[in-house]
Design a protein around this ligand. Structure first.
Ligand SMILES: [Zn+2]
Length: 135
């Protein structure tokens, strides 16, 4: 249950911020959700809601807004930047890349120079982008 562990760390981080900033109320947390993330977004959002109720009373009423971040890549050879969506690939390949980001290098090539040597510049991981609250 990777989703629940991730949701728990998001809640913990938000709660720490809440205490550190001595807020009266935390109203919204923007959580970035990378496209190349081997977790289920529905379960993750559900876990956030449940954990707020169960574990963190101080965050009650806080809205967790899940923001999708599309995957992006940059070629190390020619510098071309490209996205996952812009590339032609089969549905099976897309599925693989989604669940095992490391597989991206097996299936993807730079659309300009065909090099498989590129870095993933966006779309990995889950992190808090912003927190809004009342002092
Ligand atoms: Zn290239």
């Amino acid at each position: 249950m990777h989703e629940w562990a991730l949701a728990e760390s998001v809640i913990k981080t938000a709660a720490e911020h809440f205490k550190k900033e001595k807020l009266k109320k935390l109203s919204e947390a923007g959580v970035v959700f990378g496209e190349l993330q081997a977790i289920d977004k529905e379960i993750f959002s559900f876990a956030l809601e449940e954990l707020v109720k169960a574990e963190s009373k101080i965050l009650t009423g806080c809205k967790f807004k899940v923001i999708d971040e599309p995957a992006a890549f940059k070629c190390r050879v020619c510098g071309k930047e490209f996205t996952l969506k812009s590339l032609k690939k089969t549905a099976a390949e897309a599925e693989y890349i989604h669940f095992i980001p490391e597989m991206a290098h097996t299936f993807l090539k730079c659309p300009k120079c065909s090099s498989p040597d590129f870095e993933i510049t966006a779309g990995r991981g889950v992190y808090i982008k912003y927190l809004t609250g009342e002092k």
